[in-house]
Write a protein that binds this ligand. Structure first.
Ligand code: BV8
Length: 256
């Protein structure tokens, strides 16, 4: 159980900040019913390791398998909603001069919760692009704009016939141009970085908390478990983000 004194300590840092960067991982969406990467994948997908599926090599080897995994996850997302943690992060914008969410998640829940400045480090599962980048990288493709056999794996790019792929960053792929650079630039300036629901295992996203701390930011972590980030945290609020973040936002609002 998190004691109120820790909440008040974290709230004081947030209340005094001009810029709060919020780095999130799959854990912030757990209470919306979205499985995290650490969770065993459900049903058919339990036999696969996401790190083996989320790669360009896996897509080249078996485009239908990888495509169907993302379609399965997209369909899961159509039935979920932002949880109290996403909403509390969005509410910070009401009394912190600048709040930027830097997310590793591809589920779009921060945007649906009302956060207005969200950097998508690893892309967006609802968007698609040509695997060959035939009209320039990225060549976005609207998969609802043309007819194709949805049981047959990925559609062919209407421009060049190459596979269409999810607009997400796979292991071994570089992050979207500018996204990581802007995230780093914000970490140089932030007074507070709130790190929510990430194991801190995947680079280069996981390097941001230590980078922000080196530039003077107070690191506040929200996670029910110790993570690779915890050693950098000035305040570790050990609990589920759906419970902790509303308490933190309420305390920071009162303090401001
Ligand atoms: C890169 C999108 C430069 C897709 C994801 C060899 C070759 C190439 C690169 C590498 C290599 N070896 C290592 C690397 C680097 C690699 C990497 O870091 N590997 C790891 C495994 C060591 N990184 C990359 O490849 C990146 N690109 O480096 O480019 C480059 C390019 C070419 C060659 C060399 C270098 C790209 C990485 C992006 C991969 N894409 N996602 C998709 O989603 O399908 S990563 C994916 O996994 C997520 O986006 C996220 O980043 C990561 C999962 O992490 P988390 O979000 O933290 O989730 P996790 O399940 O791990 O943890 C959940 C946490 O929530 C837990 O701590 C839990 O306690 C907590 N929790 C649970 N319940 C709650 C909660 N918290 C709060 N409330 C709760 N209720």
């Amino acid at each position: 159980m998190i004691d109120e004194q820790q909440i008040q300590q974290a709230a004081a840092y947030v209340k005094a900040a001009q810029l709060v960067v919020v780095l999130t991982g799959a854990g912030v969406s757990k209470e919306s019913g979205v499985p995290t990467f650490r969770d065993a994948l459900d049903g058919l997908w339990a036999q696969y390791d996401p790190q083996q599926l989320a790669t360009p090599q896996a897509f080249r080897r078996n485009p239908k398998l990888v495509w169907d995994w993302y379609e399965h996850r997209r369909k899961q997302l159509s039935a979920v909603a932002p949880n109290a943690g996403h909403i509390a992060i969005a509410e910070l914008e009401q009394f912190v001069p600048q709040v930027v969410v830097v997310t590793q998640n591809i589920d779009g829940l921060h945007q649906r919760a009302g956060s207005t400045d969200v950097i998508l480090l690893h892309g967006d599962i609802q968007h698609h692009r040509c695997f060959a980048g035939c009209q320039g990288n990225p060549t976005y493709i609207d998969i609802d704009a043309f007819a194709w056999d949805r049981d047959d794996g990925p559609p062919p790019c209407p421009h060049c016939g190459a596979w269409v792929r999810p607009d997400v960053v796979w292991f071994g792929e570089t992050l979207p141009l500018g996204a990581f650079a802007r995230a780093e630039d914000l970490c140089r300036k932030a007074q507070v970085m709130l790190v929510v629901g990430t194991s801190g295992e995947v680079q280069p996203a996981a390097s941001l908390p230590a980078f922000a701390r080196r530039h003077g930011a107070h690191i506040i972590e929200v996670n029910p478990n110790v993570s690779a980030i915890t050693r950098h945290a000035r305040v570790f609020l050990q609990g589920p983000s759906g419970e902790v973040l509303p308490r933190l936002a309420a305390a920071a609002r009162q303090a401001s």
